[in-house]
Design a protein around this ligand. Structure first.
Ligand code: PGA
Length: 268
């Protein structure tokens, strides 16, 4: 199938989280616009606050796509106060959406407690609206300390398992990515070592092979997230199952382009 063919591009996602004003977003956009070329084997997407999507879509260079950081769980407009439907997000100029970020799953003790089932439903609704989707997964430090079986239970059986049977192999290959973000590495400056990250990425790939087949599984980009920046991106991205990044802090600077996107190795 044509959609499965061709060179697999690295997927470098930025996550601005809940940061900025109109003025600071415009300044960051201007900086990214001037940050130099993006190699042709790299796809770059920035996840911006919903209120900054319109500004970003009118000012940002066209070789960087825009993602929303969340979306509603049904693909229709209506009586859903405070919600943003996937269709609205697409209409405003986004091509991607991030779902299931650990900050929304409640891992920092926040006010949101999104379940894996809800995250899967959001991903389905977003695909139905024609958006591509980054599904975030990851374990806490307490879970990691219980060993690889526990990590697999959280990341594969629970986080990804909730999507079982919901997407076709072609949807996985063309429109879904998995962002592995160990919770203990997010915003802490503690990065998983390339070997630790690779080990979990390989588990995720194995789950995908079993679920959607080897061909689609090989096409899915598995992004690493958690204190990725220019100084460590090259070593992480050199791992065989690390196909990109989801970058928070460093996406608020030009390091996102010059250190991360520009550092993707030539052969995947
Ligand atoms: P970080 O955030 O790069 O600041 O650790 C990553 C993320 O939460 O997506």
């Amino acid at each position: 199938m044509a959609a499965f063919e061709g060179e697999k591009k690295y997927l470098i996602g930025g996550n601005w989280k809940c940061n900025g004003t109109m003025a600071s977003a415009a300044k960051l956009i201007a900086d990214l616009n001037a940050a130099g070329p993006i190699p042709d084997h790299v796809e770059v997407v920035v996840g911006v606050p919903a209120l900054h999507v319109m500004l970003t879509s009118s000012l940002l260079r066209k070789d960087i796509q825009i993602a929303a950081q969340d979306c509603g769980s049904v693909n229709k407009d209506g009586a859903y106060t405070g919600e943003l439907s996937p269709g609205m997000i697409k209409d405003a100029g986004c091509t991607w959406v991030i779902v299931g970020h650990s900050e929304r799953r409640g891992s920092f003790g926040g006010d949101y407690q999104e379940s894996s089932a809800l995250v899967a439903k959001k991903a389905r609704a977003a695909l139905d609206a024609g958006l591509k989707v980054m599904i975030c997964v990851g374990e806490t430090l307490a879970e990691r300390e219980q060993g690889p079986a526990k990590i697999e239970a959280v990341v594969c059986t629970d986080n990804l398992g909730a999507t079982k049977g919901m997407f076709t192999a072609e949807e996985w290959a063309t429109s879904l990515s998995v962002a592995y973000e160990p919770v203990w590495a997010i915003g802490t400056g503690k990065t998983a070592t390339p070997e630790m990250a690779q080990e979990t990425h390989a588990m995720i790939r194995k789950w995908l092979v079993a679920e959607v087949g080897a061909k689609a599984a090989a096409a899915v980009r598995i992004q690493y997230g958690g204190s990725m920046k220019g100084a460590n991106a090259g070593a992480l991205l050199a791992q065989p199952d690390i196909d990109g990044g989801l970058i928070g802090g460093a996406s608020l600077t030009t390091d996102f382009i010059t250190g991360c996107a520009a550092n993707c190795p030539r052969s995947v």
